[in-house]
Design a protein around this ligand. Sequence first.
Ligand code: NAD
Length: 501
Amino acid sequence: MQDLLNKDHAFWKAKSNNVRIETGLYIDGEFHEGSEGHRLETVNPVNGKIIAELAIATKTDVNVAVASAKQAFQSGVWSRIAPRKRMDILFRFADLVEENAADLVVLESLDMGKPVTRIMTADLPEVLSTIRYFAECIDKIDGAVTNTDPSAFHYILREPLGVVAAITPWNFPMMLAMWKVIPALAAGNTVVLKPAEQSPLSCLRLAELFTEAGGPPGVFNVINGPGEVSGKALALHMDVSKICFTGSTEVGRLMMIYGGQSNLKKVSLECGGKSPQIILADVPDLDAAVDAAIAGIYANSGQICSAGSRLLIERPIHAEFVKRFTLKAKTAFVPGDPLDPATTMGPLVSHSHCQNVMGYIEKGKKEGATLLFGGDQPEEFSDGAYLKPTLFDEVTQEMTIAREEIFGPVAVIIPVKDADEAISVANDSIYGLGSSVWTRDLSKAHKMVREIEAGVVWVNCYGDGDATQPFGGYKQSGQGRDRGLDCLLSYTQTKSAWIKL
Ligand code: NAD
């Protein structure tokens, strides 16, 4: 993939014109048309133009996809092959993803407006490390023999669950899909994935590459369609053993209801966030904190579940922080054409989402926050769903922009008087996904790690991590974790065999 980093704007523009775009449902190792011929438009947010019209999975199609996954599971072609064989196929899959990186990059960029350089340096490397990490774990999932009464022999097996339904959002289409699909497959399950309707193209290609790598038909299926149609039918399906969901807290709530209304399937949820970045007066390096804070909120145009959207700044450094943040943010994230490798900031995923974010900016102004920069669309991209990086200062906890997830490039500064107030403001949220603390005082840092209610606390950095790091939320940011060994185990169930001797 390294050679792709040297390609220029002309290369990516040409690639965007000749990339193959699949529009069918990927079921049983092949593309199919939907049963009723309904179509879903996927739109390029750079210019509002339709990229393709895709087949929509109706309830009938969902039944076919789940039946295919169930048949593949029960036949044992995946669940009961030697772990080493499953590993080999996943490693081959990772190699094919790498070989087809240019296509995947351009599909993802067209579909959701993500800059190609960001996909090549962040999303795709994460996809590859996810596949390879879980592949490496496959033959390390052990059962146990317990220390029972000598009159019995007791062992515990770890077995896959069956058919897993993965329902994912649009902000990291490939990466978040792989965070679910790969551990599910590694543990021996079969999968039906429903990506977000705004960005379905790259996942179709991934499923095809899995088959090319030797993945048996029916093991990894992809269906598309609106959440309330295809997603709901999948989540309510009686033959689905687990839903792993990433998306909004509102829809996450529905997933638990669907589980309860159907077969009590297991449910894991990665939902929204309003993550605090706490920068204390004894910050070891203010410039590093400013750089991390800027990337923490404006990367991916702010469309990151763990975006550090609340900046809790200790009063003594508030003025200096604002000065440096304002200066650096101007050049760090500049809206541009996502196909240009120099671009650091693309549009938001859609024009309607852009309008939602603008609505929050208006609320911020009305409720009395101080708009320091941004707040509007760049004139040179008037056809696109673009928004300038935006910063509000002197925000208070009562304001809507301090409480609700905006999911756009909008940061709010809430000045705090000390670490205790920072913790109380940080925890005064229904969410608890990411968080950070910047301090040179080691004891204070460890104390705050324990006190902050969040699934991740970064100390003197933001957003760092690798495949070993469990990722997920406290409170209404979700339940269950992606990445790490616990995640792999969550796609298994234990079976106890008690043998009377
Ligand atoms: P969303 O909840 O609207 O949609 C997510 C998925 O659910 C999509 O595939 C959608 O089609 C499907 N869906 C929607 N309604 C459904 C229904 N009634 N039944 C079944 N499926 C349905 O979320 P979004 O707008 O695509 O993504 C943004 C949200 O995702 C933000 O809240 C963000 O914080 C969250 N997110 C969380 C994480 C995490 O790891 N915690 C990561 C990325 C995004």
